[in-house]
Design a protein around this ligand. Structure first.
Ligand code: ZN
Length: 459
């Protein structure tokens, strides 16, 4: 398909997230060869012609969103099955994931992709949970989204079933994965090293994977938590706090993304700032999981030290949704409440984490995350002709506090329109919904997973 030019014309507002953080009222964007070639006042671009023009007078345009921690393949088939009084569902989650077939993973991935793109996500990190990436490649291609993939590895015992290998085998697998996947789909596939966590991987494995990531000019992500008990355990085992331990073995750096990172203390935040390591935080997962953001959430301190933070949705049985607009909302409101201080995490900071700062945290800040000449054309057009967008004076406040992903009207990735007037065109949604429902029922039956359908009687 020859590259098409596209013009977004007369936008009500363009929230550029450029270096000056300009919000352009009555603005236009010209897209050529998949990149933003011009952005400015509509009057200044009046003579710019394009193959297709999208009239945007009722739209607020933002950069496309990044989701920094999003287990795409599992849980969709069984979303919402865990009652609130269960406590942690993790052992069931991993059992269900391990039992999934290639066909099931393909279908649940398609469902995840539909939800991601329709809510404005243009790039997401799957932290190694996809078991059959070959089977999902066509889905990634059809959806047009950017995918950060890896092969989840561990070489230590874990409290739940995870892919476990010898250290050398885990390293070899990671190297082969990077060779096979890096840069596919015209550069929209990014392959990373993905050890599961410091607790399930030896220091030797982590060190070797960091070296591989450095040599291949790519990133490494792992699950990371601290808190008083983890600090005590880590001190006893390694003589350091969890984050200092990672620094001591040389595993922190600008190409390392630590997921969750709740409960880190000031010295650990200094480690991240000093080494340039970044963080992917999942605010809705933290709140819904009762993780104690008031005590353990350090987002304001991390941002104050200029640690780059991406937002994530974790999985459809953690946050239960893949809507980064709702994650922005939670990030912006939960610290106001927990610190009893309305100045915490302004709406602009939440939007930065979902766009430019998130892109920088994930190593793709030079390509996407803001609407600037020369960057890839990854854009979201929000429909303001909806009640929740009324009245409109401050577009950033409206986006973060009033709206959610349901007002995403059009999504453009690499200059290609992937959601057009609320519709995607890569899958038949009703058919897919029926198929995944059936798969979920079979998966639960096969694994002997049963929970009451509701705490209330379904008659
Ligand atoms: Zn995770």
């Amino acid at each position: 398909m020859p590259p098409q030019s596209l013009k977004i014309d007369n936008a009500r507002y363009i929230i550029t997230v450029d270096p000056e953080r300009r919000i352009i009222q009555d603005g236009s964007i010209l897209i050529e060869n998949g990149s933003v070639s011009r952005v400015g006042k509509a009057a200044a671009l009046a003579n710019a012609r394009a193959d297709r023009v999208i009239e945007a007078r009722n739209f607020v345009v933002t950069p496309g969103f990044l989701n920094g921690h999003m287990h795409i393949s599992y849980a969709h088939a069984v979303r919402g099955i865990f009652p609130d009084n269960l406590g942690s569902p993790l052992s069931h989650v991993f059992k269900l994931q391990m039992a999934m077939t290639e066909e099931e993973e393909h279908a649940t991935t398609l469902l995840g992709l539909v939800e991601l793109v329709k809510n404005g996500t243009v790039c997401f990190v799957d932290p190694g949970s996809t078991k059959f990436p070959d089977a999902c490649l066509q889905a990634y291609q059809d959806a047009g989204i950017r995918v950060i993939l890896g092969d989840c590895v561990t070489d230590q015992d874990a409290p739940f079933p995870l892919p476990r290998y010898d250290t050398a085998e885990a390293v070899t697998r990671t190297m082969s994965f990077l060779t096979k996947w890096q840069g596919r789909l015209d550069g929209r596939i990014y392959a990373w090293a993905m050890p599961f966590s410091p607790e399930t991987c030896s220091a030797d494995l982590l060190k070797q994977l960091k070296r591989v990531a450095d040599e291949r000019h790519t990133c490494l992500t792992l699950h990371h938590n601290s808190g008083p008990q983890a600090r005590k355990d880590s001190q006893a085992r390694n003589g350091h706090t969890p984050t200092e331990y990672l620094e001591s073995i040389g595993v922190l750096g600008p190409n390392v993304v630590l997921a969750h990172s709740l409960g880190i203390d000031d010295a650990e935040i200094e480690c991240l700032a000093r080494t340039g390591a970044t963080v992917a935080m999942c605010p809705v997962t933290a709140a819904k999981g009762g993780r104690g953001v008031a005590e353990f959430g350090r987002m304001p301190e991390l941002l104050a030290k200029r640690v780059k933070i991406a937002l994530g949705c974790d999985s459809p049985n953690n946050s239960n949704h893949l809507d980064i607009v709702r994650a922005m909302n939670m990030a912006a409101i939960q610290y106001k409440d927990s610190r009893q201080d309305m100045r915490q995490i302004p709406a602009e900071s939440a939007l930065e984490m979902a766009t430019l700062i998130g892109a920088q945290a994930l190593g793709v800040g030079n390509e996407i995350g803001s609407i600037e000449t020369g960057k890839r054309a990854d854009l979201v057009l929000f429909d303001t002709q909806r009640p929740e967008w009324q009245t409109l004076f401050n577009p950033v406040n409206n986006l973060v506090y009033n709206a959610d992903g349901r007002s995403v009207h059009t999504v453009i990735i690499d200059g290609r329109v992937v959601v057009d007037a609320y519709r995607q065109s890569f899958v038949d949604e009703p058919k897919l919904y029926a198929k995944v429902q059936e798969m979920g029922e079979k998966l639960m039956a096969r694994t002997g997973t049963t929970f009451p359908r509701s705490r209330w009687q379904i008659v």
